[in-house]
Design a protein around this ligand. Sequence first.
Ligand code: SAM
Length: 234
Amino acid sequence: MLRTLRCRLLGTADIARWRNAEAFDHEWRERTLLIAQLVPKGARVVEFGAGKRTLESHLDPSCTYIPSDLVSRGPDTLVLDLNTRPLRDLRKLKLDVAVFAGVVEYISAPRSFVAWLSQQVKVCIASYECARTRPKTLGRVRETIRRTGAGWVNTFTEEELIELFCSAGFTLAQTSDWHTMDGSERIFVFQSSHSDPALSERVEALAQEIAGTDTSAEIQELARSVAKAQIDLC
Ligand SMILES: C[S@@+](CC[C@H](N)C(=O)[O-])C[C@H]1O[C@@H](n2cnc3c(N)ncnc32)[C@H](O)[C@@H]1O
């Protein structure tokens, strides 16, 4: 609990806890198998918090797998702490899909993380143990304390989590549920609207329409910015 509080306050990762992947819970394997079914064929997949790399052997053979974690999980690991800033630009790796199985709960500055992620991948598949209480309530304070006890450094309901990803230009495409003896945990598939050519085209067409019908220079300038930035409609 004290270690998590320190991580939460300092925004750091608990490397000592995660060093030995062999000690990880076998139950998590089932979650990874569900996630593997959600990954499109032919995708270049990065798994953040790869742990035992269970995903690697369950992807379609047409996929390319890139493991990433806080510590090395093999010589090809992209060693990356998702709690450091600035986060490294991975665009040269031409990644399609990012997978997070039991990892988002450990990210201490989620807003800047999703903003970065939306620039790196087209699809994000993430499990998340959603909070059940409303923000700014006594229940939320208690729930946050319980979550801190489990080592988790953020607290979002399903709606808050979806809003978080939408704020960075993702839309929710699909969900799947992982059922365990203790309950169930949702797996979310988010798609970046930055990468949707149809959406970009629609935004551009709309911007041109506005520019063609309004004489106000300010609105025309705004329309040009809309077309340029291809703002997301999330
Ligand atoms: C609960 S384990 C899940 C492991 C694996 N994804 C699975 O489901 O079997 C959490 C994983 O996230 C990684 N992790 C925790 N904090 C992290 C951080 N700040 N940056 C990157 N990875 C982190 C840990 O090293 C660990 O591999």
